[in-house]
Design a protein. Structure first.
Length: 327
């Protein structure tokens, strides 16, 4: 799903404009952002804020009481106003926009921010965003895609938010032919976008054959003045019990290569209502428990892992751009 079709169609163009990815295989983006050689920096990123009340409570707990350092908001969703109020009251929280082009649940759905008339190809017969990523790519034009992601950004700003980054719900922004517009908007607005261009330790098995092209795309983003990360972990744990999940997380952190790695979690504090939204409540609750577990915090400290945010990445990128190394 992610990147497969789009890479071959746009990355050759990206390669021409970006030039060679200098030292991409040898120097991490952590180093290029001013951290010492060998630094392992991690963003624990909570996806899906704004999706539901339970999602909001889980994100807040993970950020305030745990090791989570960042989150992103699904602007088309019903519980965005509550989370936006929280962010206005807590402006130091690292919060981006989880660009949302899908409404994947059966009984709990939402439509586009731009409205059905503005983006008819983005909606199904119910007037909601398509369930599946493939349906978005099949029915929506690139202009409709850009109209909607701009509308989501505009809505966030109108609600008093200052997004620290843009990323993508269900990977839809990486589907052909949308990636070019996603990059374009991020560069134009100088809002960091989720771009992975380093060693790709945890993506290598799936996307290793495309690694040189992915690195060229990332270098294009870097040269436009935006930060880039080295790796992305989309599902850090899978075990059936909490202790197994914690062991998996410890192993992941122990084996992690130097660089900037984003680890995605879906922290939720599920009430009795959440089971009617999704069957994933137990797994999401386990990820919240991991983020707030004192043993996890102690393990991170003992391993010398640096916790960071997208806001810090942008500050460091700006400093490098201006020839400073004093962060």
């Amino acid at each position: 799903m992610l990147l497969r079709e789009v890479l071959w169609t746009i990355l050759i163009t990206a390669a021409v404009s970006a030039g060679p990815a200098v030292g991409a295989s040898e120097v991490t983006y952590a180093e290029r952002l001013g951290w010492p050689v060998g630094t392992r920096a991690v963003i624990f990123h909570v996806d899906d804020a704004g999706m539901s009340y339970d999602s909001n409570m889980g994100a807040i707990q993970a950020l305030e009481c745990g090791v989570a350092t960042s989150t992103s908001v699904m602007m088309p969703c019903p519980w965005v106003p509550q989370f936006a109020k929280y962010l206005r009251e807590h402006p130091d929280v690292d919060a981006g926009i989880h660009l949302t082009l899908n409404a994947e649940w059966n009984d709990y759905r939402w439509g586009p921010v731009a409205g059905k008339l503005a983006v008819p190809g983005l909606v199904d017969e119910q007037g909601c965003l398509w369930n599946d990523v493939a349906d978005v790519a099949r029915h929506a034009s690139v202009d409709e895609f850009e109209t909607e992601i701009r509308a989501q950004i505009d809505k966030a700003v109108a609600m008093g938010l200052r997004p620290t980054h843009l990323d993508t719900h269900m990977g839809t922004c990486f589907e052909q032919p949308f990636t070019e517009r996603y990059i374009k908007v991020g560069i134009e607005k100088q809002i960091p976008i989720l771009a992975i261009g380093g060693h790709m330790q945890h993506l290598d098995a799936e996307f290793g054959q495309f690694k040189p092209l992915i690195q060229l795309l990332a270098e294009r983003v870097w040269k436009a003045g935006l930060p880039v990360i080295d790796d992305l972990v989309r599902q850090p744990t899978r075990g059936p019990t909490y202790e197994q999940r914690k062991a998996e997380l410890f192993q992941l952190l122990s084996d992690m290569k130097p660089g900037v790695t984003e680890i995605i979690v879906h922290c939720t504090a599920p009430t009795e209502v959440f089971q009617h939204i999704s069957s994933s409540g137990q797994a999401r609750a386990a990820e919240l428990r991991l983020m707030t577990d004192p043993e996890v915090r102690a393990f991170i400290k003992n391993k010398g892992i640096v916790l960071t945010t997208w806001r810090e990445l942008k500050q460091r990128r700006d400093a490098v751009q201006n020839g400073r190394r004093d962060l």
